[in-house]
Design a binder for this molecule. Structure first.
Ligand code: MN
Ligand code: MN
Length: 465
């Protein structure tokens, strides 16, 4: 060993610097991380909507012995239950050796992603072309959604109770859809407009057909042909769009990125890249000391409002029913619990370093990023985890999961919210953490494999405390 100076040794002892996973992990650990990500890639290709995520998560949980929670039953340590909130959010719970008034460990993440929703009356014909009107969901840069292959996913609920599932564009042989854009030759006004105004939300109409129905007398024959095709395949009429949730999402599948295959590009990493680790870490945990919970939530991208968002009391009721089931105080349960609110954060992008405080940002390959707070404009709309919770995080993760810390960007530039503050509202100490990413909210987002795996390890360490 080379001789270190006193100063070098002291610096080693006193300084803190995030470590790159490739300097920390040995080859077999890297291999494990890459193998774990194959499971994630399969999951994300199958789950492009919140409903699809819930369905898949419940299937995976059932395979591991989870059953639908039943208030009238009594449960023992190690028993596994779940509940589903209206098909779009799901909660998975494993009873610990200690009753829940001793606190439970919670991982919460969201399964909705930015996309284009069909309007209630979407279909129309214009200049002999058929189009779907959309209303975008979540914060998107609209121009990114033009001229890429798009698929249609969702459900149509028919009066009478039948639910028809729709998925067009994922099979190789399926047709796909597209949001058209202007040719550069005629885009002089568009390209000199402000980027936020270059594509108007009201103009995000998806091209779905051009061939008229063969009939001399009928009107709107292209629209008729599209409806006729939908009716043939799914038995629906135009009125059925009123009781439907149909989402336009990118067709693109998850792919390895980079010659070294170290990254993954996919649609909807935000926030399924935290949801999958939160779920699989729970499914892999046997006989925990404390009760453990994974919450997969909807509507985060639009403010966590509504029936299936984090602000809904549904989750609270489920928590309280579990406490009641054990005959203990749910308030004690809240007080003694800890929640890792799992959501993605921005990683440093070498093309745009100017948006980051380079001393307080997250980097690809440096592990799961713990954010004491996010929010914007002077820490508004964030839960701002206490010093005590941050110490709990260090205690849980050090030596078990690679982690770093980072703010979402420079102080006055913007920011973003998560579900953390709504969990904290219940009196549950909560901290933000998640996978650092590039191209957040784009139709195709980027994460690093070691960070996905580190996020899994972080939840696993929490659940196995
Ligand atoms: Mn998110
Ligand atoms: Mn988001």
């Amino acid at each position: 060993m080379e001789n270190k100076t006193k100063g070098e040794m002291l610096a080693e002892e006193l300084f803190y610097k995030p470590k790159n996973g490739y300097d920390v992990f040995d080859d077999s650990e890297i291999e494990k991380a890459y193998a774990y990500c194959e499971g994630y890639k399969a999951f994300i290709d199958e789950c492009k909507t919140e409903r699809e995520c819930v369905e898949k998560a419940v299937t995976l949980a059932k395979e591991k012995g989870f059953t639908l929670f039943d208030r009238s039953k009594s449960y023992k340590p190690g028993d596994k239950v779940y509940t589903v909130n209206n098909g779009k959010a799901a909660f998975f719970f494993v009873f610990g050796k200690k009753t829940v008034d001793n606190g439970i460990y919670i991982a919460g993440s969201h399964i909705d992603s930015p996309r284009l929703d069909l309007k209630p009356r979407p279909l129309y014909q214009d200049h002999d072309l058929a189009l779907f009107k959309t209303h975008y969901y979540g914060g998107i840069k609209k121009y990114q959604w033009t001229t890429i292959p798009l698929a249609l996913h969702g459900v149509v609920c028919k009066p009478g109770g039948e639910t028809v599932k729709i998925c067009i564009g994922e099979d190789e042989n399926d047709p796909v859809f597209v949001l058209t854009d202007l040719l550069p030759h005629l885009a002089q006004d568009q390209v000199s407009a402000k980027m936020s105004e270059a594509i108007k939300g009201e103009n995000m109409n998806i091209l779905v057909g051009s061939r008229p129905f063969k009939d001399d007398k009928a009107s709107e024959k292209v629209k008729l042909a599209v409806l006729s095709a939908l009716n043939e395949k799914y038995g629906i009429t135009e009125k059925d769009f009123l009781s439907a949730e149909l989402e336009i999402v990118p067709v693109a599948k998850a792919r390895d990125v980079g010659l070294d295959r170290s990254m993954i590009g996919a649609y909807g990493h935000d926030d399924r890249v935290c949801s999958y680790p939160a779920l699989t870490a729970l499914l892999d945990t046997q006989a925990p000391e404390h009760g453990i919970m994974t919450m997969l939530l909807d509507k985060e991208e639009t403010g966590s409002d509504g029936l299936t968002g984090m602000k809904s009391h549904f989750m609270q009721y489920f928590f309280e029913e579990i406490a009641e089931n054990q005959g203990v105080s749910y308030r004690d349960m809240y007080r003694h619990s800890v929640c890792f609110s799992a959501d993605v954060t921005a990683a440093l992008d070498p093309n745009y370093p100017e948006v980051m405080d380079l001393r307080n940002c997250s980097f690809l390959n440096c592990g799961v990023s713990v954010g004491k707070y996010h929010g914007a404009r002077g820490k508004s709309s964030t839960s701002d985890a206490s010093a005590e919770v941050m110490a709990f995080v260090a205690d849980t993760l050090d030596g078990k999961a690679l982690w770093q810390t980072g703010e979402l960007g420079k102080v006055d530039l913007g920011g973003g919210g998560t579900i953390a503050m709504y969990v904290a509202q219940l009196g549950i100490p909560t901290v933000d953490m998640g996978v650092p990413m590039l191209c957040m909210h784009a139709p195709w987002e980027l994460v690093a494999k070691l960070d996905v795996y580190s996020t899994y390890k972080a939840f696993y360490s929490l659940f196995n405390r």
